[in-house]
Design a protein around this ligand. Structure first.
Ligand SMILES: Nc1ncnc2c1ncn2[C@@H]1O[C@H](COP(=O)(O)OP(=O)(O)OP(=O)(O)O)[C@@H](O)[C@H]1O
Length: 247
């Protein structure tokens, strides 16, 4: 379980010596339950990716705590094997000089988990994301957007984390490919018994894959709602956001 308690985050604006700061996240508290898919939706600039970086321990909050099963997510041993990530920009997510096999093995090496059976493991992961063994020796520039994102997903899954944070992971893909990757994520979730934190501005994609949806506005949580009750959101902002996509 991931518990976020009264998290605040601001960034310095202006130059190095400026004392002015922009508040990006304010009083963020919620819980991610093991195995669930929690959507985080909001308009551009609402602080979704900043929240994602804090949840991954890449950045620290100014105030508040983020705790994974009682341990701080900022501590490397806590997050290794617990949470991994897939980002929107799949082209820069993979080292251009790495083959697909090297890219997939990278996190396993970090975990000292590369055994003699690594070729088998890569084949299995490729198969699970819908790619065949011939992809092992390809380079990123030889992949389509959908294929590259599948490789990123295989890499995120390789260490068998309990949660994958997906930050706009399907947003750059076109319609049918987006749908295929959402289907793949649904499938992998059952195979690996894991959950997701699904950051997106796309309510429809979130509604398709998520159990609960957290609506973020100007760095604050506006509302958290079960996806089944999405049409019953309470706050005027959430209602407006929904109307915009439903019409
Ligand atoms: N490292 C940083 N330094 C300064 N300001 C930042 C930094 N990262 C984010 N911000 C600011 O924080 C605000 C929220 O950005 P963030 O990327 O978290 O929003 P978002 O909801 O993910 O937006 P988008 O959907 O467009 O990616 C923005 O105003 C952004 O300019």
């Amino acid at each position: 379980m991931l518990t976020v308690d009264r998290v605040e985050k601001s960034y310095r604006t202006g130059g190095w010596f400026s004392k002015e700061r922009k508040q990006v996240l304010t009083d963020i508290s919620f819980t991610w339950r093991s195995g669930e898919c929690l959507g985080v939706i909001g308009e551009s600039g609402s602080g979704k990716s900043t929240l994602g970086r804090l949840l991954l321990g890449i950045e620290k909050p100014d105030r508040g705590t983020i705790v994974w099963d009682g341990m701080r997510i900022g501590d490397r041993p806590t997050r290794l094997g617990s949470i991994s990530a897939v980002f929107q920009d799949y082209t820069s997510s993979i080292n251009p000089f790495y083959t697909v096999e090297q890219a997939i093995l990278e996190p396993l090496k970090l975990h000292n988990k590369t055994g003699r059976d690594h070729a088998f493991k890569v084949d299995l992961l490729l198969h699970q994301v819908g790619l065949d063994s011939t992809y092992r020796h390809k380079y990123p520039h030889e992949l389509s957007g959908g294929e590259a994102q599948r490789v990123c997903i295989a890499r995120a899954v390789s260490t068998e984390p309990r949660c994958i944070l997906l930050d706009e992971a399907v947003s750059s893909l076109d319609g049918s490919v987006q749908f295929q990757v959402l289907e793949l994520l649904k499938h992998l979730r059952t195979v690996y018994d894991m959950g997701y934190i699904f950051i997106t501005h796309d309510i429809q994609a979130a509604a398709y894959i998520c159990d609960r949806i957290m609506i973020v506005r100007n760095g604050r949580i506006e509302e958290i709602v079960d996806t089944e009750q999405l049409h019953e959101v309470q706050s005027p902002y959430a209602k407006k956001l929904l109307q915009m996509v439903m019409t």
